[in-house]
Design a protein around this ligand. Structure first.
Ligand SMILES: NC(=O)c1ccc[n+]([C@@H]2O[C@H](COP(=O)([O-])OP(=O)(O)OC[C@H]3O[C@@H](n4cnc5c(N)ncnc54)[C@H](O)[C@@H]3O)[C@@H](O)[C@H]2O)c1
Length: 267
């Protein structure tokens, strides 16, 4: 899977609930080294404040850099500082919940839509553009998405951005094949994180997921299953996989309608 001592950049750490944190821990379990990015110095303090379970020694050992992905100069500078990498995780999204998510799809807040597109989609291209320089012998880029094949209640513009993100994954896979850099997306079912709690109606979506998913889905503990796929896509067992969006969602995206009682013997 992951070769010991290979270095991976994991972008999008907010707290220990972040998908980025689960992916980073899983990389370390396989012997890889992790550099995390947070959005700014302030977010590093937020991370430490929200991580009372981590000892001072654990905090000290973490390698954390800063990068606001809306700033191309910061992305460029980041990759001047990381050294060579085996892979990059892009686990970043943002949309103003008041204007881009919620009960009403239509909005006048065009600047908010553009900002959320820039952060949640375009930034992956910027990361690939500058990140490819530090993967001279090839590597893997993994981003995080949510089923864009359907329109979900409340998810509104983020659903549109995720569709664009998945198209971007295919375009980047095409562009970077010659660099032996693979680009893939992990499409996760609902997971309890800070970004998720900002989605109005997330609780309902999560509840509905449990009813439509053929496999049991646990919004807390299944983060590890999502991290497992990300690490598989980063590692050497997925060498010929690129341009793909692969689902870890209990199968909800593959079936139609609620599961019936005879289909849920485990309940
Ligand atoms: N939680 C879910 O249910 C779920 C499901 C599928 C996909 N995802 C995706 O997983 C990814 C990670 O989200 P999460 O659920 O771990 O939540 P999270 O809130 O822990 O992570 C989101 C991260 O994006 C970062 N970010 C926002 N704007 C940024 C900017 N300008 N520059 C740099 N970083 C910025 C935040 O600081 C945060 O670290 C997102 O792409 C999200 O859409 C989440």
């Amino acid at each position: 899977m992951i070769q010991p001592n290979e270095v991976y950049l994991v972008m999008g750490l907010l707290d220990t609930d972040s998908i980025a944190y689960s992916i980073g821990k899983t990389i370390e379990q396989f012997g890889g080294k992790v550099i995390y990015t947070v959005q700014s110095e302030k977010f590093k303090r937020v991370f430490f404040d929200r991580s009372p379970d981590l000892t001072d020694e654990q905090k000290e050992r973490m390698s954390i850099m800063f990068c606001d992905v809306t700033r191309e100069d910061e992305v460029q500078r980041l990759f001047e500082q990381t050294g060579n990498l085996a892979g990059i995780v892009h686990s970043i999204a943002y949309a103003n919940p008041k204007t881009c998510l919620g009960e009403e799809f239509h909005t006048d807040a065009q600047d908010d839509i553009l900002l959320s597109y820039k952060i949640s989609c375009m930034s992956l291209a910027c990361v690939a553009r500058y990140g490819c320089a530090v993967m001279p012998d090839g590597g893997s880029i993994v981003t995080m998405t949510f089923d864009s094949g359907r329109a979900y209640s409340y998810y509104n513009w983020m659903g549109v951005h995720k569709a664009a993100l998945e198209a971007l994954v295919r375009a980047l896979a095409r562009r970077h094949g010659k660099d032996l850099i693979r680009v893939n997306a992990v499409s996760a079912g609902p997971l309890s994180t800070k970004a998720a709690t900002h989605i109005p109606g997330f609780g309902e979506l999560s509840h509905a997921w449990a009813q439509i998913s053929p496999l049991p889905w646990d919004e807390k503990n299944d983060k590890q299953e999502v991290a497992n796929l990300a690490v598989f896509l980063l590692g050497h067992y997925s060498k010929k996989i690129t341009g793909q969006t692969i689902f870890v969602d209990g199968g909800a995206s593959a079936v139609g309608g609620r599961m019936m009682p005879h289909e849920r013997p485990f309940e």
